[in-house]
Design a protein around this ligand. Structure first.
Ligand code: NAP
Length: 262
């Protein structure tokens, strides 16, 4: 199937590693022009790696998605370099782990800024450009925690639901502009963040890493943790013109871990 992404411009935020990086690489493999950002210098290495693997232009930007000025610069630079914007993938680092008792009020505020307001700002600044595209799409990256709370992740369990509300509302409001808006709810996917979560768990439980991975895998009907590439394949399809009648969908990519029917 041709995803019709050749020459399209895709911006993926928080993409120096993990789900964002895998998604950026897959867009590049499909011939899209890709812009990526993250806070650390490693974003330049990631961009160079993807560009040399795929032969596609990759724009690398140092930016913090909690900063309005950085987000405005990322959107403007992308449009200046590539002449427009067709696809926006909103991603950010995960909020800190912890139970309700662990998390102070200041951390609630910074986490709302990181997880919800980053997406709000990205959409605000991207919209004028997406409205010029013939195949515009927005994809938010959230979590299966929006369907089923994850132990020790009260911030993710709570704040990401607002991103789901935002995504669904935008899918209704922007339909008249032909802008499709969807979300992917990843389940356990083996990235550095998951490695850190597993290490934090074994530090508490005294289990071995293998035992903890086996415990997590047993919660997934497919019996394993997913790979970033498996996530990226779905993200790129959903954002592509090949998914032209898919709008307002909150799609779990979790090996069947969420047990609810809807
Ligand atoms: P990851 O491996 O930790 O990667 C996070 C990426 O975000 C890095 O490139 C990091 O680069 C960047 N980043 C973090 N904070 C940023 C900021 N303020 N501004 C710009 N870039 C920032 O995480 P991941 O596993 O790919 O997860 C991506 C998102 O999906 C997270 O929100 C995570 O909670 C969520 N999620 C992941 C899973 C999973 O199983 N992996 C499941 C459900 C939900 P810098 O540090 O250089 O900025």
């Amino acid at each position: 199937m041709d995803l019709q992404l050749r020459g399209k411009v895709a911006l993926i935020t928080a993409a120096s590693k993990g789900l964002g990086k895998a998604t950026a690489r897959q867009f590049a493999r499909e011939g899209a022009k890709v812009a990526i950002c993250a806070r650390s210098e490693s974003i330049d290495t990631t961009a160079a790696e993807i560009a040399s693997e795929t032969g596609t232009e990759v724009l690398s930007l140092r930016a913090d998605v909690t900063s309005q000025a950085d987000i405005e610069r990322v959107i403007n630079t992308t449009v200046e370099r590539f002449g427009g914007l067709d696809i926006l993938v909103t991603n950010a680092g995960g909020p800190p782990a912890g139970t309700f008792d662990d998390i102070d009020l200041a951390t609630w505020e910074t986490s709302i800024n990181l997880t919800l307001l980053s997406a709000v700002r990205l959409v605000k600044f991207a919209l004028p450009h997406l409205r010029q595209s013939t195949t515009p799409a927005i994809l938010t990256i959230t979590s299966t925690s929006t369907k089923q709370p994850v132990e020790n992740l009260v911030l993710s369990n709570s704040i990401r639901l607002a991103v789901i509300g935002l995504t669904k509302t935008l899918s209704q409001e922007l339909g008249s502009d032909k802008i499709r808006v969807n979300s992917i709810l990843p389940g356990w996917t083996y990235t550095e963040r998951v490695e850190e979560l597993i290490n934090a768990r074994i530090a508490k439980s005294g289990e071995t890493k293998e035992a903890e991975i086996a415990r997590v895998s047993a919660t997934v009907p497919l019996g394993r943790i997913g790979t970033p590439e498996e996530f990226a394949n779905v993200a790129v399809f959903l954002s592509s013109p090949a998914a032209s009648f898919v709008n307002g969908v909150m799609l779990e990519v979790d090996g069947g871990a969420i047990q609810g029917t809807f």
